[in-house]
Design a protein around this ligand. Sequence first.
Ligand code: SF4
Ligand code: SF4
Length: 327
Amino acid sequence: MESVYIEITDSCNLHCSFCPCGTAGDAGNAAMPRTFMPTELFEKCIAGAQEIGAKNVFFHVLGEPTLHPGFAHYLKKLEQTPLRLTLTTNGTTIERTGRHILDCPAVRQVNFSTHAFAELPRETAERHLQNVLDFCRIAAVERPDLYVNLRLWNVGAAEATPWNRYMLDCIRETFGVEVTPGHFCSRHKSFNISGRIYLHEDTRFEWPGSNKVTSASSVTLETRDENGATDSAGSSTGAPTGTLVQGTCRALDTHVAILHDGRVVACCLDYSGQITLGNIQENSLTEILKVPLARELREGFAQNELRHPLCRACSYCKRFSRKNNKA
Ligand code: SF4
Ligand code: SF4
């Protein structure tokens, strides 16, 4: 296992229309209270990551990690381990947190979700972008080893076009590099700006299963018999039999995720815990990765079968389907 996603908070200070975190309501919403992972639980997570031989951690599934009051402290904790952090942030706190990030050798990459700014009032967005670009300039001098991605994952969204053009203008003014609008294509998403600073463009990301499927404990997975016939025993409330069941995914092979309350889920897209395998507060990560549900999912992926309803509703896995791989 290469990577563990640790959701240190499910809070965010923005409300992006395309994100379940942004649309679920404010902190304090009784239906979906927002929480910060306590230090003791965080320590269990990084111990678990080391136990399974992971090299990389991420600080999100949902949420803006730099809002966590213990963010700087958690960076220090990482420094005491061999783990390396890829931080994904909306960049709104970078003026305050940038110094901690630059001074932490455990941080190997920072991804800025600058597409989030496209939905903000223009003046606010420009201020945030300026702070992010200032960070990039300092990082290029002080941390030439640090990878920085300016993500613009809204290509094709008409309402975002003015913002995207403004951003490319700012990149030209700051770094003297011309990025032509429209250079993006499915095979060319990353554009080197300078040193290890990149612009990464993509279309909007779709979260799988916006409608909660069911709890993992009650779902019965679809399996196939030796002749390849579908056997859907039980009470799955997910995609009906006959919808996409073929496909594979690297979840539980290269990565696993831990939500803010310790629930271990199969992948970094399962923000609502639909494929909950266990809880790291009760069992070790090694034990949780051996539970029957985890084995069943892994076996399915190895046989090009999507056995969980959430996976069948997930467009992300189509990138890895064998049919697509042959293309
Ligand atoms: S900034 Fe990121 S986590 Fe926050 S609402 Fe937007 S996409 Fe979601
Ligand atoms: S197929 Fe999608 S939902 Fe299923 S484990 Fe993979 S990324 Fe997660």
